[in-house]
Design a protein around this ligand. Structure first.
Ligand SMILES: [Zn+2]
Length: 245
């Protein structure tokens, strides 16, 4: 019980760090002179530094009633939501698998998958700086024998994850003269394949295409020919697989 509680707290603190990654990584890749650790957290509206006592996950946001103390501008509820999400994911995975190598591996993957989904939704980019560790992590875990699939299956699934959507995309291009899917999405399938193996990779591909189509038509109301971030969908399906397997 204590372990689960500790895991929930860890999740909230890591969620708080992932908020920094989500907010800053696209800016860093854009050439802005900031890093993940410098300068210290600041209000995106007035750039006033955030006091350390206002930097406690979830609780600070509630105490400040979602507003910056200095300029009164609203602080997005997304910050506490991501902290709560990570806390819940950490608590759940630990309660299911205990303090095991499997838990550590899954939590590592979740810490990359969640910021990838949010950054893609924000910017339509899947940064390699998160993607390569995800791919390398999946292969390493399988190679070390603590993954959910053998290293052979992980390697084949990673290759298929890239090649299958790449071939479909090339075919699509022949008929439509435009790219059906970004390079980033293919790399994402490769990385996911390394974690879940090929049989579940097909599930991820099919389920995410259905989910993306439904969301694009009903919620986002994407028009024909308009592009939209695809990455969040395979990531949602993969997270669900991690949680219930
Ligand atoms: Zn402010």
């Amino acid at each position: 019980m204590l372990i689960i509680l500790f895991s929930i707290l860890m999740g909230a603190v890591i969620g708080s760090f992932l908020n920094v990654v989500i907010f800053r990584l696209p800016k860093i890749l854009n050439g802005e002179k900031i890093s993940l650790s410098f300068p210290a957290s600041f209000c995106p509206a007035c750039h006033h530094p955030i006091r350390w006592r206002h930097n406690i996950p979830v609780i600070s946001w509630l105490l400040l009633k979602g507003k910056c103390l200095d300029c009164r501008s609203a602080i997005s509820p997304r910050y506490p939501l991501i902290e709560i999400l990570m806390a819940a994911l950490f608590g759940w995975v630990t309660s299911q698998h205990g303090l095991t190598a499997d838990t550590a591996a899954v939590l590592f993957a979740l810490c990359l998958l969640v910021p990838l989904a949010v950054i893609d939704a924000d910017t339509m980019l899947l940064p390699n700086r998160l993607m390569y560790p995800l791919l390398a992590g999946g292969l390493t875990v399988a190679l070390a024998g603590i993954g959910r699939v053998s290293w052979q299956e992980a390697a084949i699934a990673a290759a298929l994850g890239f090649v299958a959507p790449w071939s479909i995309s090339k075919l699509f291009y022949l008929f439509n003269k435009r790219e059906g899917m970004g390079r980033g999405d293919m790399k994402l399938f490769a990385a996911i394949g390394a974690w879940v193996g090929y049989s579940q990779l097909w599930d991820v591909m099919i389920a995410s295409c259905i989910l993306a189509t439904v969301c694009a038509l009903l919620i986002l109301k994407v028009k024909r020919g308009q592009s939209f971030p695809f990455g969040p969908y395979p990531i949602i399906v993969t997270v669900i697989i991690f949680l219930f397997n």
